[in-house]
Design a protein. Structure first.
Length: 562
């Protein structure tokens, strides 16, 4: 913020008036006072002469840091220019603003106070407009003043507190630092009570409900997004929803909803906003400018989880490839339009921009990673050929994420695959031998069971492409064991999502056995529906080891019929 800059509506401003406004930057008051009578009267006089509201911002040292012609809403400091002290502190800035009408502070001005996390907002209502001062110019008098400040949310939905109308003398006599210290102590106590670890990101979820989505499916997706955030290590503080006929092209949600999100970001101390839909690069930039915190979409959350979970070299390769492919179109700038290496008018210049250099470096890295993934595919193909040479039947365990696939392979084969009640707890495929003895003939059959990466509704395309080496374990298998979490409220839509992804793999085996898992936690009505809808399915509890004998028998039948 330059000390020479006057913000807001400057149309029709005379040079002399402009200079008077600039002189306000030389004002300095005691840090423990909200204002002085002299400063308030100077602001009132200028506002009366301009016949417009005037907003003056001061820091805690009592220095004027911003002068604007207009209301606090019209002159507010952009979020990215505000100091970020975190959710325990206010911004360290107060605002003195005039009102030409004797009315209480408007909601727009109070909302601007919250968005900027101001120490305080003082609204000076003026009288005496049009009174000519000696030496020219109009003189305005401060009639009443309102002192406004933020409130910790606690059990109320009020964002702010507005005092009753006071005299200017009463306002300036108050101990400003005492007010600020007490407020920040309240914010600190509320923050500690929220029990959010300092290592966790404080997340605000945003869901957009359009006409092409059913209400239940929309709510299921939001709950799933909350679980994804939890798996990524974040803490969901609140969820905001909006119904629109179609997404807003610039911010996905409407302008009013962006304002609401900004208020919640400030009052809850969120440092990350997660949207339930994919955002375009322009939408991300627009939202971050207005909210002042990082904004990500569902795909980026999933990519972050994958980056945390990948353990093998193959998994790390594929995660990096997916992240780079996602990042490339989101580099800020105009892409090829910024190039100065072509021919013709307007294209000649000093050479590559930094943006071009970054794009070229990322593209080179993507090309190299794709080559390594291709080599990985070849290696796995050779391993599969060796297994096929021994005529060992392979079964790929597929299913929605957190359906219990890893728990099942651990239980069946005594493997030690990592398991947790999280989405995408394991990424790297694990293959183990399972020997089954036929109870009738005592013959033994050896199967290769492969635990694959979990599927999810609308699996991001970069992940499908990058994990093609892993997903080939599905396409090259002789049969599929489709594990379903029957205890999940949306278990039927999970089956549909997995089938939709498998349908995109033309080489996926058609032989499939559905294993409805977690029957010990499932509702009775879910069991009834499942038995009617999937009579050929096997009902198990991998954790409690229920139904595993039946599962082994059905696997033998599957192999025999294949």
């Amino acid at each position: 913020m330059s000390i020479e800059t006057i913000y807001g509506n400057l149309q029709g401003l005379k040079p002399s008036q402009f200079k008077q406004l600039q002189k306000l930057y030389h004002q300095r008051i005691s840090g423990d006072r909200i204002s002085t009578v002299d400063l308030a009267e100077r602001i009132a006089n200028l506002s009366t002469e301009l016949k417009q509201p005037l907003s003056v911002y001061l820091n805690r040292r009592g220095q004027v840091i911003r002068v604007g012609v207009g209301t606090p809403r019209q002159t507010q400091i952009p979020p990215l220019e505000l100091p970020r002290y975190g959710e325990l502190r206010l911004s360290g800035i107060r605002c003195l603003s005039t009102s030409l009408k004797p009315t209480p502070p408007s909601e727009a001005s109070l909302t601007a106070m919250v968005r900027q996390r101001l120490d305080a907002l003082v609204i000076l209502t003026l009288t005496g407009q049009g009174i000519i001062r000696k030496g020219g110019g109009a003189r305005g008098f401060v009639d009443k003043a309102y002192l406004c400040h933020l409130l910790p949310l606690k059990d109320t939905d009020n964002y702010w507190d507005v005092s009753h109308p006071q005299s200017l003398e009463d306002i300036v006599e108050q101990d400003f630092l005492d007010l600020v210290n007490n407020l920040e102590a309240e914010f600190s106590r509320e923050f500690i009570a929220q029990e959010v670890s300092p290592q966790q990101e404080r997340v605000l979820l945003v869901g957009l409900h359009t006409g092409d989505r059913e209400e239940q499916k929309f709510q299921d997706n939001l709950q799933e997004l909350a679980l994804l955030v939890d798996s990524a290590g974040g803490k969901v503080l609140a969820t905001i929803e909006q119904k629109r006929s179609h997404p807003h092209p610039q911010t996905l949600v409407g302008a009013g909803k962006v304002e609401e999100i900004a208020l919640q970001v400030q009052t809850l101390g969120a440092n990350l906003v997660v949207f339930d839909r994919d955002l375009s690069p322009a939408q991300v930039r627009n939202l971050e400018l207005q909210l002042g915190v990082r904004v990500v979409d569902r795909t980026e959350v999933i990519l972050d989880i994958f980056a945390q979970r990948a353990q093998s070299r193959a998994g790390k390769l594929q995660v990096e490839l997916a992240q780079l492919e996602y990042m490339l179109p989101r580099l800020t700038g105009r892409g090829q339009a910024m190039s100065r290496l072509g021919g013709g008018i307007g294209t000649r210049g000093p050479g590559e921009t930094k943006l071009e250099t970054e794009r070229r470096a990322i593209q080179k890295r993507i090309t190299r990673l794709q080559q390594e993934v291709n080599q990985l595919q070849s290696h796995r193909s050779r391993l599969r050929q060796q297994r096929q040479a021994h005529e060992i039947t392979s079964i790929a365990i597929v299913g929605y994420t957190n359906a219990g696939k890893s728990t099942l392979i651990n239980t069946l084969t005594n493997a030690d695959v990592y398991t947790a009640d999280q989405l995408f707890a394991t990424l790297d495929p694990t293959t183990r031998r399972l020997t089954i003895t036929d109870p009738n003939t005592s013959d033994t059959t050896t199967l290769l069971m492969t635990d694959t990466v979990g599927f999810i509704h609308e699996l991001p395309p970069p992940l499908v492409d990058s994990f093609r080496a892993t997903l080939e374990e599905v396409t090259e298998a002789d049969a599929l064991l489709h594990v379903v979490d029957l205890s999940h409220p949306a278990w039927e839509s999970h089956i549909e999502s997995v089938k939709a992804i498998l349908a995109q793999m033309p080489l996926a085996p058609s032989v499939e056995l559905i294993a409805l898992n977690k029957i010990d936690k499932a509702k009775s009505e879910h069991l009834t529906i499942a038995k009617e809808k999937y009579p050929q399915a096997v009902f198990i509890s991998a954790q409690q080891r229920h139904g595993l004998t039946t599962l082994r028998d059905r696997l033998l039948q599957l192999v025999a019929s294949n």
